[in-house]
Design a binder for this molecule. Structure first.
Ligand code: DAH
Length: 352
C-alpha cells in the first residue's frame, strides 16, 4: 500500500465513522478496521515483511491512522450513547402536572360514625361503654326489667325466640332492646355507676318505618340522691352535644315497665325551629327517646338496695338520631347497601 492509499483509507474511514448513526454500525466499522482481520490490523501485520527504512516511516503512519480511527470510534460511541439516553429521557418524562388517577375511597356508614359520636357524647358525661349479648335470656330482656310473663309489653316487642335447647327451661331470644344490659351491669358492678350500651336489637316487624334489625343506645346511672332533674340535665347535654346545636327538650309523662316515673323525650324540631313542618307533623316537636327513674323492682333484680341508691335510665333508636341529624328520610336506606347512599351520606374515614 502506498502512502497515498493510506491517506485515502484514513480519510474514508474517518468520514465513514462520522456519518454513522447507530451503535450497531459503529461496531461493524470497528471490526472492519481494527478487528482481528481488519484493514488497519492487516496493514500492521504486513509491516514485518518490509525493509526497515520503509517499515519505520510507513509503520509510523499506519499507527497514526490507527490512533485517529480509535479515537474517532470512541468519540462516536460516546455521542451515540448520549443521544440514545437523551431520546429515552425525552419519551419517558413524567408530567408531574397531570392530575392523579382518582381512586374510589371507602366511606364509613352513617350508623357507624353516629355510634362513635353518641359514644363520645355520653363518655364525656361519664357513661362508660359496656356490651351486652345480642342473644340473651328472657329474664334479662324482660323479666328482670319488671315485665312479667303476661305483660302486654312482651307482645309489643314482637320477639324472635329460639327453641329451648335440651335441658334448658328458659327460652333464649334475640334481644328486643339494649335495656337487657341494665340488670347484668348492676349485678356485675358496684354503684355508683354510669354505663352506656350501644348495639343491635331485633323485632319481628318490617314496614316503611320498621326494620327487623335496628340499633339502640341505652344509658344507666345509679347513684345516691339521683333525681329526675339529673336525668333531664344529662339528656339536655347529651342531645345538645350530639346534634351540635342548642336543642330544646320537652318531657312528656309516659309508661315503661322498668321506670317509674317514665317519660318520653321530645326535642324542638331541628328542621323548622319549632314553627311546624312535615317532619314534626306540624307539632314543632320530635320524639327521640324514652327514659325514667329506674323501677325499684329492677334495682332489686340487680341486687341494689333502693333505699340507698336511685337510678335513671334512657334508651333511644340510633337510626332515628341519625336520620334527624343527617337528613336521611328513609329507614330502609341504612340496610339496602346502595353504594350511592354511602357515597352521599358516608363519611371519609379519618386519615392516619
Ligand atoms: N327500651 C325502650 C324501648 O325499646 C326504651 C327505653 C325507655 C329505655 C325508657 C330505657 C328507658 O332505659 O328508661 O322502647
Amino acid at each position: 500500500m502506498t502512502m497515498q492509499e493510506l491517506k485515502t483509507l484514513q480519510s474514508e474511514s474517518l468520514s465513514h465513522i462520522g456519518a454513522i448513526n447507530s451503535l450497531k454500525e459503529l461496531e461493524d466499522a470497528r471490526v472492519t478496521l481494527l478487528g482481528k482481520s481488519g484493514k488497519i490490523t492487516e496493514l500492521l501485520k504486513s509491516l514485518g515483511g518490509m525493509d526497515p527504512e520503509t517499515r519505520k516511516t510507513f509503520g509510523q503512519a499506519v499507527n497514526d491512522v490507527k490512533v485517529q480511527v480509535q479515537s474517532a470510534l470512541e468519540d462516536k460511541k460516546t455521542a451515540l450513547e448520549r443521544a440514545e439516553l437523551d431520546a429515552k429521557l425525552a419519551t419517558e418524562t413524567v408530567d408531574v402536572t397531570l392530575p392523579a388517577t382518582a381512586r374510589p375511597v371507602g366511606k364509613m356508614h352513617p350508623l357507624s360514625f353516629v355510634i362513635e359520636e353518641v359514644e363520645k357524647a355520653l363518655s364525656e358525661l361519664g357513661f362508660d361503654p359496656v356490651e351486652g349479648p345480642e342473644i340473651d335470656t328472657e329474664f334479662n330482656n324482660f323479666t328482670a326489667l319488671n315485665i312479667p310473663d303476661d305483660h302486654p309489653a312482651r307482645q309489643d316487642h314482637d320477639t324472635f325466640y329460639f327453641k329451648p335447647l335440651k335441658g334448658e327451661n328458659e327460652r333464649r331470644l334475640l334481644r328486643t332492646q339494649t335495656s337487657n344490659v341494665q340488670v347484668r351491669a348492676m349485678q356485675n358492678m358496684t354503684p355508683p355507676m354510669r354505663v352506656q350500651a350501644i348495639g343491635r336489637v331485633f323485632r319481628c316487624d318490617s314496614d316503611l318505618t320498621h326494620t327487623p334489625q335496628f340499633h339502640q343506645v341505652e344509658g344507666l346511672a345509679i347513684d345516691k340522691n339521683l333525681t329526675f332533674a339529673h336525668l333531664k340535665g344529662v339528656l339536655q347535654t347529651f342531645l345538645t352535644t350530639y346534634f351540635e346545636r342548642k336543642v330544646e327538650i320537652r318531657l312528656r309523662p309516659s309508661y315503661f315497665p322498668f321506670t317509674e316515673p317514665s317519660t318520653e323525650v321530645d326535642i324542638g324540631c331541628i328542621f323548622c325551629g319549632g314553627n311546624g313542618c312535615r317532619v314534626c307533623k306540624h307539632t314543632g316537636w320530635i320524639e327521640v327517646l324514652g327514659a325514667g327513674m329506674v323501677h325499684r323492682n329492677v334495682l332489686a333484680n340487680g341486687g341494689i338496695d333502693h333505699t340507698q341508691w336511685q337510678g335513671f335510665a334512657f334508651g333511644c333508636g340510633l337510626e332515628r338520631l341519625t336520620m334527624l341529624k343527617y337528613g336521611i328520610n328513609d329507614l330502609r336506606l341504612f340496610y339496602d347497601s346502595h353504594a350511592a347512599f354511602l357515597r352521599h351520606f358516608g363519611k371519609p374515614a379519618a386519615r392516619i
